[in-house]
Design a binder for this molecule. Sequence first.
Ligand code: CTP
Length: 396
Amino acid sequence: MILGVSGGIAAYKACELLRRLTESGHRVRVVPTEEALRFVGEPTWSALSGQPVATGVWDTVHEVPHVRLGQEADLVFVAPATANVLAKAAAGLADDLLTNTLLTARCPVVFAPAMHTEMWEHPATQANVATLRSRGAIVLDPATGRLTGVDTGRGRLPEPSELFEAARLILRRGTQTPDLAGRRVLVSAGGTREAIDPVRFLGNHSSGRQGYALARTAAARGADVTLVAANVSLPDPAGARVVRVGSAVEMAEAMEAERRDADVIVMSAAVADFRPATSIDSKIKKSGAAPAPIELVENPDILAGLVASRDAEGSVQTIVGFAAETDDVIANGRAKLERKGCELLVVNQVGGGRAFGTEDNQAVILGSDGTAVDVPMGPKEDLADRVWDLVGRRLR
Ligand code: CTP
């Protein structure tokens, strides 16, 4: 594969990405721009990749590298991609080895932009991103957070570990086109916490891994991803916009705020059905007497609410629910699918250490059309990809 590096300060993070790629057995040719070498020098790239490094088209001309690198690559991953390199790629300019490689590549091409917020939001950059996406490239939206100076905002390069995950997921799809390109997906993940007092809560064991796998795989298939995460301590998936919430009520508000633009909504979060009727402002103390019972009230059913809003508006939107069941998995799943009114319900059997907090998952995906697809025990990304396959079929 080719790791293209353009001239931004985030080039230093590409070293870590390169290290992860080579350690996992990938043969990586690094193609930096001249400007990238002002941030990280050629010896670093050649030592970490174990491969020669060139920036221009005039080195080793007899090997015709400006054509061969792109033709032979199984993936071209540009991280960081500056506003300048996005503009050149969108315009089809070819004035160095990286831009030549982008024109000759017939494999998946991924850009991980990093720049200041103003540059990212500029209509010129947004138009270039739209052009590149329309031609089948995957452009991962930058993350939000600390930028080069003291400022913060959208424009950060996602963490190298997550860029590595994106590269891995895109590579495993081979030459398949990004079938969710142009689709907006909204995914909820994690488990809500319902405050009892300032230090205690009612919660559940959800780690958010399944929802994050859904977000990662959707981004790898070209989707525009928003992730509403309740109490998840995993790194933000590359390309996803993450909205953090705590309680079920906060999640309901966030989903309501985000739902309108979505083509697909997946409720994979474990939402508490009940919350304490009152949350006490100061810590509950032992008094010596028997503890007061905690009175509970019901939380909104977010999934059912999303379906009701969609139906009331007559909009076309595919809505997917999850169900955690301990007994009578299929029968309970069918009844729940009916009750919630969504198109697909991913039914997990939980309890006894299954699903929550583990790397693997097994499920049956029930369709409102009566279908049932068994997904055998495997990585949560496999289940996520099966969900997107079924969603993709409905979107088409
Ligand atoms: N869900 C939701 N809002 C709630 C409870 C659940 O949106 N207040 C969603 C979950 O995100 C999931 C689906 O509904 O997609 C099913 O969740 P589950 O807990 O299995 O279902 P419940 O409706 O809580 O049914 P029960 O607890 O009776 O099995």
